[in-house]
Design a binder for this molecule. Structure first.
Ligand code: ADP
Ligand code: MG
Length: 230
């Protein structure tokens, strides 16, 4: 089906890594993603932003740029009036950072409320001995610094996935520490299960990271993804 097609396309292209293209894999597996689109000119960017409620987030889309925020390739809270200028700015930053970068365009995305939400990470890699593992933890740009993660063999059952959300040090954040509204744990558990099923179903996916999977009281959204196929 669709997933197989996308993975085959990647193979044909000779790339073994994919980013926003993988959003479609997630649609196929019922993992919610934010509203948004990838566009390749400023006018189209403004049109997409006009269809989205409130401010938007804009991100450079280039196969050579894996950590977008490291090069100033992510702009949060862009108002409709600034979308076209921000498009040009993101592209010129990317070019000065990497003159030979193949820039595919800019992703215009619905902005999620991180005051209400928690940035989590759901990841996977293939262990040579045990096969696909699924990882869950506290996400965001500081994920390597915080190292608050837990692993299981994929695919995981609901009970196991639920246990994962309880295992991490940041578990109280999810459950609503300090008067915060708890995040939608059922949706979080469901997303972990679905990611674990995706990597179990497709052995060619050797590595996958959803970072962040933003968990809010109303559900979850896979905001950024990256995967490697062999
Ligand atoms: P990268 O990991 O390549 O730097 P991300 O897409 O993960 O790029 O964006 C970096 C950070 O920007 C996220 O961890 C999050 O804090 C913020 N961010 C990205 N997209 C959104 C969004 N749609 N709504 C709110 N915050 C976002
Ligand atoms: Mg990220």
């Amino acid at each position: 089906e669709r997933v197989r097609e996308i993975l085959a396309q990647v193979e044909q292209r000779g790339d073994n890594r994919l980013g926003v293209e993988a959003m479609e894999l997630f649609d196929a597996y019922g993992i919610p993603t934010p509203e948004g689109e990838v566009v390749d000119d400023p006018t189209a960017a403004a049109e997409v932003a006009a269809r989205i409620d409130g401010d938007v987030v804009m991100k450079i889309v280039s196969p050579g740029i894996l950590h977008k925020s490291d090069i100033g390739g992510v702009r949060v809270g862009v108002s409709a009036d600034d979308v076209a200028d921000t498009y040009e700015d993101l592209v010129s930053r990317a070019k000065s950072y990497q003159p030979d970068a193949r820039i595919l365009g800019v992703q215009v995305q619905e902005m999620l409320d991180l005051d209400e939400g928690v940035e989590t990470i759901v990841g996977s890699h293939r262990d040579p001995q045990f096969g696909p593992l699924v990882m869950f933890g506290l996400g965001g740009v500081f994920v390597e610094v915080l190292e608050d993660t837990t692993f299981r063999l994929a695919p995981v059952a609901a009970g196991e996935a639920e246990q994962m959300t309880a295992d991490i040090d940041a578990a109280p954040l999810l459950r609503g520490a300090r008067g915060r509204t708890p995040v939608d744990l059922a949706a979080t558990v469901d997303a972990i299960r679905r990611v674990s099923q995706l990597v179990a179903d497709f052995p060619s996916i050797v590595e996958l990271d959803v970072n962040p999977l933003v968990a809010t009281p109303d559900g979850v959204r896979a905001v950024d993804l990256r995967l490697t196929v062999d």
